[in-house]
Design a protein around this ligand. Structure first.
Ligand code: BGC
Length: 359
């Protein structure tokens, strides 16, 4: 949307390209208007029409990912609530292997699915995936792993039925940093060196969520005028066991100098908590720990004080947004090329209400 607005401001021509989904007139992709759209669904359903015979293919990068498990469960339930038949929703596990997932996408195309929702294994494969799917006249909704700006610009320039639904990871990183800033340097600086000594546990570095959370969590500290000292920055691939191992190693190496542990997600924060406990350290007393996602277990830890805070990665809004976007493509209503949502900072003040909202 940010990109759409800046283009709108700079060129009148963009008026015909933007606003997909915002009104009937503007919503048809530009290429559809001249009947040459490669991505127009074969048989559009009317708004509010019957979706029960529409086939949905969903590709998830890896089923064992805690967050994507919440996401896909909610996605399937919501699709069914919209009128899709459970039998016509197929969800494939990419097993964290792009070749496997590409093969699954090919099979979905051969099976003639009406719409695809894809959480790519490698965001850098998005252009190849988009080409395959658009060539097959199937609308495409990317989720969770955002393709790069050039790729998104291509969808818009071509007027393709392709969109991305997700949150801006910069916001989540900033919120993690703010949770630490709000503690105040005096509370954090156990070793008295005047700086925040931290370790960073990163998700898959190919993923912008990992890149931005790493960058913006620390930026929030420096923006607040704090000095920072990075003791260790390691890749834990979003994985709890790897997170535990890496934090155990760092605590072994740097001992009491570790004041803050930033984890790019909650799964790794849960691993970190185990390592912190094993090392005889106590969150809130001699160390701080933050994650992202607001998994139920982590919200409970935040309430108990055993994790300092997390950031709600709204899998409900994102999965519903993805399903709604799929329907908008099927009805011909179209979508913006970027559909965003907000993160929510989670501390002991609001963890209970986040838990209540998760049901
Ligand atoms: C979530 C992680 C998850 C990753 C998968 C991120 O947005 O915070 O928990 O592992 O997406 O791509």
């Amino acid at each position: 949307m940010k990109k759409l607005l800046s283009i709108l401001a700079s060129t009148l021509m963009a008026v015909s390209l933007i606003g997909c989904g915002s009104s009937t007139q503007d919503s048809a992709p530009a290429a559809a208007a001249d009947n040459s759209s490669a991505a127009e669904p074969a048989a559009a359903v009317e708004a509010g029409g019957d979706l029960s015979d529409k086939k949905v293919g969903v590709c998830i990068y890896q089923f064992s990912d805690n967050f994507m498990t919440l996401f896909r469960t909610e996605l399937e339930n919501y699709l069914v609530s919209l009128g899709f038949s459970k039998d016509n929703i197929t969800i494939a596990d990419g097993a964290n292997d792009q070749a496997t997932q590409t093969n699954q996408i090919q099979n979905f195309i051969t099976d003639g699915v009406d719409v695809l929702i894809i959480n790519p294994v490698n965001s850098s494969s998005a252009a190849t995936i988009t080409d395959m799917v658009v060539d097959a006249n199937i609308p495409l909704v990317y989720i969770n792993r955002e393709p790069d700006a050039d790729e998104e610009a291509r969808w818009e320039a071509q007027g393709w039925d392709v969109t991305y639904v997700g949150c801006d990871a910069r916001q989540s990183g900033t919120m993690q940093g703010e949770i630490i800033v709000d503690l105040g340097l005096d509370a954090i600086d156990f070793n008295g060196n005047g700086a925040v000594d931290y370790i960073m546990i990163e998700g898959d570095p190919e993923n912008v969520d990992a890149q931005y959370r790493t960058e913006f969590s620390v930026k929030a500290l420096t923006d607040a005028g704090l000095d920072v000292n990075c003791l260790s920055d390691q890749v834990g691939n979003w994985d709890q066991t790897q997170g535990q191992q890496l934090v155990a190693n760092a605590l072994g190496q740097f001992g009491n100098d570790v004041e803050v542990v930033f984890c790019n997600n909650d799964a790794m924060a849960l691993g970190a908590l185990q390592a912190i406990t094993d090392a005889g350290r106590t969150v809130g007393t001699d160390i701080y720990l933050v994650g992202v996602d607001a998994l139920t277990e982590v919200c409970e830890d935040v309430l108990a004080g055993t994790i300092t805070g997390t950031v709600f990665n709204d899998h409900i809004a994102q999965s519903h947004g993805a399903a709604d976007a799929a329907v908008n493509f099927l009805t011909g209503a179209g979508n913006d090329y970027y559909i965003g949502c907000d993160y929510v900072k989670v501390t002991s003040d609001n963890a209970q209400s986040i838990l209540d909202s998760l049901g």
